[in-house]
Design a protein around this ligand. Structure first.
Ligand code: CA
Length: 297
């Protein structure tokens, strides 16, 4: 083993140009000669050891770190947005038939999301918006309040500028990603909406600082209530298929999907499956955004 180690070191130094073959001298019982032939054999074995060591390092340190990322793990962006990891998975999108508040457009159907992503744990605040865009357009003003009075186009522009700045891909969530994240591990949120959401029953007619209410199982606050959130999709009926993979909504339309209800809405609109529609140019005091970061496979 000593010889192999010495050969490996010599080969690496040779490959790196640190040791000219003409002066190569490796001390050891079987490697005493100054010889380019020995150096070549050492280099060959060195490549073998390089591969072995790389494999070992990857298996020991790198792969477990990558594999260890689990639902709710957070990374923080340069503007202070906390982004939670959401694993790929399958869930029942829409309202169960025993949901007495369900609307006709909430038909339950299975959806598979084939790629993991990250989603901000809060709505985008006015401080974060101002850091990326010009000014704060909101009706209710405060650094830690969610930004509102922004159109869908404004929200998309925010994502574009944030992507440019961070060198990553940020965008609005699809409607399916939003509902999957809202439902977290698939269970229904607690019935005590006061603990989870600012809505018409407790908001006093205004927005509130983000993360003031309980987070769901993946660490996401205010999915329900505070401000409703723009999604990427055009509004349309759900597709008629047994299982739908990575849906992105209607191909075209006049309205974008907005989710979660807000400080202005009563409890029936603050359900994980409740769908609202808004023209993409509208700026409303109860509509803001949260962002998704795409993850490369
Ligand atoms: Ca919200």
């Amino acid at each position: 083993m000593k010889n192999h180690a010495a050969m490996y070191i010599a080969a690496m130094r040779l490959q790196a140009g640190l040791l000219p073959p003409s002066v190569l001298s490796i001390r050891g019982p079987k490697l005493q000669r100054k010889s380019i032939g020995v150096a070549r054999r050492a280099a060959t074995r060195g490549l073998g050891y390089s591969f072995f060591v790389a494999l070992l390092l990857n298996a020991t340190f790198i792969a477990p770190l990558w594999a260890a990322e689990k639902a709710g793990d957070v990374v923080v962006t340069g503007i202070g947005l906390r982004m939670a990891y959401v694993p790929a998975g399958e869930f029942l999108m829409g309202a169960p038939f025993d949901d007495r508040a369900r609307m006709a457009d909430e038909l339950p159907h299975k959806v598979t999301l084939t790629r993991p992503f990250r989603i901000s744990t809060t709505e985008v605040t006015q401080r974060q918006w101002r850091d990326v865009m010009d000014g704060t357009p909101s009706r209710f003003t405060g650094d830690d309040l969610p930004v509102e009075m922004i159109s869908w186009r404004d929200a998309v522009e925010f994502c574009r500028r944030l992507s440019d700045r961070q060198g990553k891909t940020y965008r609005l969530p699809t409607e399916a990603e939003w509902e999957y994240a809202c439902r977290a591990d698939g269970r229904r949120p607690g019935r005590d909406l006061d603990a989870w959401a600012w809505y018409a029953g407790n908001s006093d007619g205004k927005t509130h600082p983000v993360a003031g209410k309980r987070a769901n199982r993946w660490g996401l606050h205010d999915m329900l209530g505070n401000v409703a959130e723009w999604c990427m999709d055009y509004y349309g009926p759900y597709p008629d298929a047994a299982v739908v993979a990575d849906p992105t909504g209607a191909v075209e339309g006049s309205y974008r999907v907005v989710r979660g209800g807000s400080w202005l809405h009563f409890a029936a609109a603050c359900r994980p499956s409740a769908r609202m529609t808004v023209p993409e140019s509208y700026q409303l005091p109860h509509v803001g955004l949260r962002v998704v970061e795409e993850l490369r496979p």
